[in-house]
Design a protein around this ligand. Structure first.
Ligand code: IPM
Ligand code: MG
Length: 362
C-alpha cells in the first residue's frame, strides 16, 4: 500500500521526537513491505516565525489530503507574550477543528517495571489500564463568545462552555464502542451540579447508557474524578469527558505512568470505524519542553507509541502497531531508560539510543 503521512514536528523537543517516530515508521514499512511517503510541514511557533501564522492553509490542506499526521509539540516562551497577535497553540486548535477531529484518545497503562517512576505507591499503580476519551472540538476551547472586550473603560475576558446534543452524542457513543472489547465500563465525567452544558451531557450519556445495558455506566463530577484518579486509578476503564476537563485529567493521569514522555494520543474524526482507517493526528501528550529542547535527552516513547496508534487507527495496520508496542514493552523490561524514567545509577540513553533500542527489538 502507498500511504502519505504528514509530519508536523513543531517546536521545542517536537522535532527530536518526531524524527524518531518517523524512523520507527520507516523501519515498519521496510519490514512489512509498505510504502510510506513522508512530507514535513510547519505548525506552531516555528510557523509564526516563518509565515506570521501558526497554521497556514497550505499545511491544513496537506493534512486533509493525507492518510495521517504525526505531530511533535507546539509552543515555547518566545511566543508567550499575552498581547501577541497569535499563539502557537492556535495552530494546534485550528488543526483539530479544521480536520474535524472530535475525539482524542489517551490510553494510560503504567509499565510494571516503571512503578518506581511514579510518586504513587506501587500498589495503587498495579492493574491500572484505562483510556480517556476527550472531546476535542467543542466545549470551553471553542465556545463563542470568546475574547477580550473593552467597554466603557472596563476590560472583560470571556470564554464559553457550549455543547450541542449532537456533539455530546457522537463522543459518548464512541466511548461506549471502545468500552465493549475492554472491561465494558464507561465513566462519564462532568460538572452537572453547576454547569448547564454538563447537565445536557449527563442526560445524553444516561440515554446512551440505557441503550447499552451490557456496558456499566457511572457518572462522576470532575472534581471527584480528579481525586479518584489518584486514590483508586485501577477502577477506571473508559473515561469520557468535555474538552478542558479531559485536558486537565490527562496531565494528572500521566503521573500514574511515571513520565509525561511515555504517553501517546490519537485525535480522530468520523467515520471512526471505517475499514480503510480514518484521518487522524497522532501526538505525544507531553508539550514542547523548551527547557530540554536540543539536548537529545527527550523520551521518544510517547511519539513512538503515537506512531503505533497511527498505524492502528489511520492505516488499519494492527499487526504492525502491535509490533511497535511489544518492542517498547521489551525495551523498558530490559532496562532501557531515558533520563525522565531512570533511577539513580541507571545508564541513561539519549533520544536516538532509545529509538534504536526499540527498533532493534522489532
Ligand atoms: C494538549 C495540550 C493542548 C491542549 C495545548 C498545547 C493547546 O495541552 O494537547 O493536551 O490544551 O489541548
Ligand atoms: Mg494538555
Amino acid at each position: 500500500m502507498n500511504t502519505k503521512i504528514i509530519t508536523l514536528p513543531g517546536d521545542g523537543i517536537g522535532p527530536e521526537v518526531t524524527r524518531e517516530g518517523v524512523r520507527v515508521l520507516e523501519y515498519i514499512a521496510k519490514k512489512f513491505g509498505h510504502q510510506f511517503e513522508f512530507e514535513e510541514h510547519l505548525i506552531g511557533g516555528c510557523a509564526i516565525d516563518a509565515t506570521g501564522e501558526p497554521l497556514s492553509n497550505a499545511t491544513l490542506d496537506a493534512c486533509r489530503a493525507a492518510d495521517a499526521v504525526l505531530l511533535g509539540a507546539v509552543g515555547g516562551p518566545q511566543w508567550d507574550d499575552p498581547r501577541a497577535k497569535t499563539r502557537p497553540e492556535v495552530g494546534l486548535l485550528g488543526l483539530r477543528k479544521g480536520l474535524g477531529l472530535f475525539a482524542n484518545l489517551r490510553p494510560v497503562k503504567p509499565h510494571p517495571a516503571l512503578a518506581h517512576a511514579s510518586p504513587l505507591k506501587p500498589e495503587k499503580i498495579a492493574g491500572v489500564d484505562f483510556i480517556v476519551i476527550r472531546e476535542l472540538t467543542g466545549g470551553l476551547y471553542f465556545g463563542k463568545p470568546q475574547g477580550r472586550f473593552e467597554e466603557s473603560g472596563k476590560t472583560r475576558a470571556v470564554d464559553t462552555m457550549e455543547y450541542s446534543d449532537a456533539e455530546i452524542t457522537r463522543i459518548v457513543q464512541l466511548a461506549f464502542r471502545l468500552a465493549e472489547p475492554r472491561r465494558a465500563k464507561v465513566t462519564s465525567v462532568d460538572k452537572a451540579n453547576v454547569l448547564a452544558s454538563s447537565r445536557l451531557w449527563r442526560e445524553i450519556a444516561t440515554e446512551i447508557g440505557r441503550a447499552h445495558p451490557q456496558i456499566k455506566l457511572d457518572h462522576l463530577l470532575v472534581d471527584t474524578c480528579a481525586m479518584k484518579l489518584i486514590a483508586s486509578p485501577a477502577a477506571f476503564d473508559v473515561i469520557v469527558t468535555e474538552n478542558m476537563f479531559g485536558d486537565i485529567l490527562t496531565d494528572e493521569a500521566a503521573v500514574l505512568v511515571g513520565s509525561m514522555g511515555l504517553l501517546p494520543s490519537a485525535s480522530l474524526g468520523a467515520p471512526f470505524d471505517s475499514a480503510q482507517g480514518v484521518l487522524g493526528v497522532y501526538e505525544p501528550i507531553h508539550g514542547s519542553a523548551p527547557d530540554i529542547a536540543g539536548k537529545s535527552i527527550a523520551n521518544p516513547i510517547g511519539t513512538i507509541l503515537s506512531a503505533a496508534m497511527l498505524l492502528r487507527y489511520s492505516l488499519n495496520l494492527s499487526r504492525e502497531a502491535d509490533a511497535i508496542e511489544r518492542a517498547v514493552d521489551r525495551a523498558i523490561d530490559e532496562g532501557c531508560r531515558t533520563a525522565d524514567i531512570a533511577q539513580p545509577g541507571e545508564r541513561v540513553m539519549s533520544t536516538r539510543e532509545m529509538a534504536d533500542a526499540i527498533i532493534e527489538r522489532m
